[in-house]
Ligand binder design. Sequence first.
Ligand SMILES: Cc1ncc(COP(=O)(O)O)c(C=O)c1O
Length: 338
Amino acid sequence: MIDLRSDTVTRPTPGMLNAMFSAKVGDDVFGEDPTIHELQQKAADLFGMEAALFCPSGTMTNQIAVNVHTRPGDEIIMHEYSHIFNYEGGGAAFNSGCQIRLLPGKRGLLDANTVEKSVNNRFDIHAARTSLVTVENTCNKGGGSCYSMDTLKEIREVTRLNDLAYHLDGARLFNALVISGDSPKDYGSFFDSISICLSKGLGCPVGSLLLGSKAFIQEALRVRKKLGGGMRQAGILAAAGIYALDHHIERLAEDHTKAQVLRSALEQCSWVRDMESVETNIVIFYLHENRDPQLFMEKLESEGIRIIGMGQGKLRMVTHLDVSEEDIEKTAEVLKKL
Ligand SMILES: Cc1ncc(COP(=O)(O)O)c(C=O)c1O
C-alpha cells in the first residue's frame, strides 16, 4: 500500500531504531531521563529559546500553550482552518475554558490588519478578554501553506501593542523552514511559545516539543502533569527525536519534490476541478461535482494507494519518508489513468 493519507504514518528507520535501542533512560517525572534532557536542550538551542518540554503529541503541546497563556473566559484569535479549533476535540474550551475568535484569510494564513481589528477592547467589560493569538505554519488545512516572515512579524507587533501572547503551532514548521531558508532562531526570537512535532515529516513514532521561556516551560510542566502527559523512561522516544533533528530535516526537500510530481500529475487529470498551489508536502485537490469523493478514494485504494478526505470535498495527499520516488511515479501513473 502506498499510504499518502498523512506524514504521520511513517515507521522509524533502522538508524532511528538503533538510536532508540541504545538510549540512556531514567524516570522523567523525577526529571531523571538524560536523553529527554538532551533533546529538550537541543531543541531550545536550535530555536535560541530558553527551554523546551517533551510531550506525547502536538495536540498536547498546543493545549498546554493555550492553558498557560490564558485564563478561563478569555478569547483566543486564530484562523478558521486552525488545527487547534478544528481537530483538537474542543480542547481549548474543555481544558482552558476559552472561547475562540475565528478569522478568515487565504489558505489558513492570518494577516496583521485582520488580527488587529479582532482584538477586543480591554476596557469593555462586556467583551471577553483577548489574550492569545495562534498561527499555524505550515497550515495543514490550507494545504501546507507557508507564512512569510514579514507577516509573522507584523502580527507579532499587533500582539506586542495589545499585550497578547503569540503561539506558533509549528507541527510542520521544518517544512516551512526548508522552503524559506529562514532559521529556527528567527522564529525563536519573537514567538512566546512554539510547538513542533517530531512525529510528522521528521519521522518519529511519537513526540512533540513545546518551546518558550524558562518561566513558561515551568508552568507548562505543571499543566502537562495535570493532563496526564508526564512520561517515565521516555528517553527511548526522545532518542528518536534527537536522531530526527540530526538526520531528517534537510531531506524534507525530497518530500516537497515528490509533492510537485503529484501536483503535475493532477494538473493533467480532467476530473480535477481545482487544486491548492503546492508549497510543501501537502497536496489538496477537489473533484468535479459529478465525482463522488468516497468512491474515488475506494477506487484508488483498490489500486494500492491511500489518500484522505478533509470534508467539504477536499481530498489530501501527503508525501513523507516512507513513500519512495517509485511509489510517487506509480501514483502519478494511476492518477493519470483514472
Ligand atoms: C497543524 C497541526 N497541529 C497539531 C497537530 C496535532 O498533532 P498530534 O497528532 O501529535 O496531536 C497536527 C496533527 O496532524 C497538525 O497537523
